[in-house]
Design a protein around this ligand. Structure first.
Ligand SMILES: Nc1ncnc2c1ncn2[C@@H]1O[C@H](COP(=O)(O)OP(=O)(O)OP(=O)(O)O)[C@@H](O)[C@H]1O
Length: 213
């Protein structure tokens, strides 16, 4: 404890009494949620229930209109639709390498190794030198997942990581998330995928902005 570097502390993510409204239209009501490290939590529920909004509030990209979020640990957020201008001059490898830009990251050689390893884990090494904008939606999500892996993120929040993926890619994503949880990360995904729900360690269910399970 005492001398452990901040980055090594156990990650935490807890939302208490979370409310959110879009232009006065409430979409979340008093949601309490604790995401524990070491487990894969799935956030399930019908279309429009508020799952993506909850994920964004937990990630800190939206400010709750009620309640609070306590979050500590480096975050990888993989949103549902990742927009990129066609002319964006960055390759897949460069996007993954951004995960190594933090000061704590080790030498250049070590950073390069992490990027290669992360690309191999998500099976995109063959597309490493393609422009990021030339990838499909599902592939872009895997690139952001690889960026989180390269960063050694302690918290992974993913919105529908199974949508737009074939069976093999879904299986690989599942294995990656289970492995990241296994090394102590907080992992949560919004999903409609019955397989992912069945295999999750925990299922949080949201209906009409209310947590029902
Ligand atoms: N940018 C926005 N502006 C206004 N309303 C929004 C916006 N984004 C979402 N909403 C509304 O907020 C509610 C919750 O949306 P959210 O995307 O969080 O649901 P969801 O459970 O993730 O749905 P899905 O399963 O269809 O992805 C919906 O009624 C939606 O129409």
């Amino acid at each position: 404890m005492g001398h452990a570097p901040a980055g090594r502390a156990r990650p935490r993510l807890r939302g208490s009494g979370l409310g959110f409204a879009f232009d006065g239209a409430p979409v979340l009501h008093g949601v309490d949620i604790t995401l524990d490290p070491g487990v894969v939590t799935v956030i399930a529920g019908p279309n429009g229930a508020g799952k993506s909004t909850l994920l964004e509030v937990l990630a800190g990209v939206r400010r709750p209109t009620a309640g609070s979020v306590e979050r500590s640990g480096s975050l990888a957020l993989v949103v549902q639709r990742i927009a990129a201008p066609d002319a964006l001059p960055v390759t897949v490898r460069e996007v993954v390498a951004m995960g190594t830009w933090e000061r704590r990251s080790a030498s250049r050689a070590e950073a390069k190794r992490r990027v290669t390893e992360a690309l191999e884990r998500v099976a995109l090494h063959e597309l490493a030198d393609r422009p990021f904008a030339a990838l499909s939606g599902g592939q872009r999500q895997r690139v952001l997942l690889a960026q989180g892996i390269a960063r050694r993120a302690q918290i992974f929040l993913l919105d529908e990581p199974a949508s737009g993926l074939d069976a093999a890619s879904r299986e690989r994503t599942h294995a990656i998330l289970a492995a990241e949880a296994g090394r102590g990360a907080v992992v949560a995904c919004v999903t409609h995928d019955d397989d992912a729900i069945a295999r999750a360690d925990r299922v949080v269910r949201i209906e009409s902005g209310v947590r029902v399970a």
